[in-house]
Design a protein. Structure first.
Length: 294
């Protein structure tokens, strides 16, 4: 097995459970997801199968697209409805003009503090485990990028936004901070990931429809994970060298040029990720050998 699955995760299921079900359907324990979705959330989760697990970080770098629903005038320890929600009647009610102006403020490169109930590690332990034990959790703000923040619907207290953001962005935190800038509070009540890069919700297979009988029909080529990299085709002689971890020489590829190159064999199968070096040398940094014949 060497490929990707674009799965529509239902609410109430952990990302780990999705991987477990894929492993059962595929018959291998070599599978991993490329970006966690909270149990509350639904939508796209990409699972890498076989040696494609070594491509997880390429998918994680892709832009994420979400539709988030928030309840203004409310707060909770987790910044969503998974923990006890406190309603605040003393807070102001923003109008559409105020909200639209605030959306511009939170678009671009911003500093964001992850939720206390998150998988971020604190002294080697997951923050959410500490938070559930009632221990104080102080997480440092970090830089993320919000490429687009669009108003879909606003009917106080409900606010619906479409979001395009970088890896590492917490939509719960975005809603919390947006509300705070308006003098109020917010909790996330629903979240759907509509796409990761070119992996769209419209093309995803429902988790409940995936099984041993059809998993191969839904397997996508592994090279979709590196579709944004420049590509090159290897000769049979070059394939033999790369599979054995050896470098090849190619004119036109210089160090300091392309960061990485996706290399394919003559059949169009992704064989390796190469890194340019001095004097046209291309060195393999990840190799995906073809299956043995027979």
């Amino acid at each position: 097995m060497f490929g990707l699955l674009n799965i529509n995760k239902p609410a109430g299921v952990t990302s780990r459970k999705v991987v477990d079900l894929v492993q059962e359907a595929v018959g291998t324990d070599k599978a991993g997801h490329a970006g966690t979705l909270d149990p509350l959330a639904t939508g796209v989760i990409v699972v890498c199968v076989g040696s494609a697990t070594r491509l997880v970080d390429y998918i994680q770098r892709m832009r994420k697209y979400y539709r988030g629903t928030f309840r203004l005038g409310c707060s909770s320890p987790s910044d969503d409805t998974e923990t006890d929600v406190t309603r605040r009647d003393d807070l102001p009610i923003p109008d559409v003009q105020q909200l639209t102006a605030a959306l511009r403020q939170w678009t671009g490169t911003i500093q964001q503090r992850p939720p206390a109930y998150s998988a971020v590690k604190v002294a080697g332990r997951r923050a959410y485990k500490l938070a559930r034990q009632g221990k104080p959790v102080q997480l440092a703000a970090r830089q993320v990028t919000v490429y687009q923040l669009a108003l879909v619907r606003y009917d106080y207290p409900e606010l619906v936004l479409d979001i395009c953001c970088s890896a590492g962005t917490y939509v719960r935190s975005l809603g919390r901070d947006l509300a705070a800038s308006l003098g109020t509070a917010a909790v996330m009540s629903a979240l759907t990931r509509t796409a990761i890069g070119r992996f769209r919700l419209a093309d995803a297979v429902a988790l409940e429809d995936l099984g041993t009988h059809n998993v191969l029909q839904h397997m996508l080529p592994a090279d979709l994970a590196v579709a944004e990299l420049p590509r090159t085709e290897l000769t049979s002689g070059e394939v033999a060298r790369i599979v054995n971890g050896r470098r090849i020489e190619r004119e036109g590829w210089a160090a300091g040029g392309e960061e990485e190159i996706a290399a394919f064999d003559t059949s169009g199968r992704l064989l390796a990720i190469l890194k340019p070096g001095a004097a046209g040398i291309l060195a393999p940094i990840r190799v995906f050998p073809p299956p043995a014949a027979g």
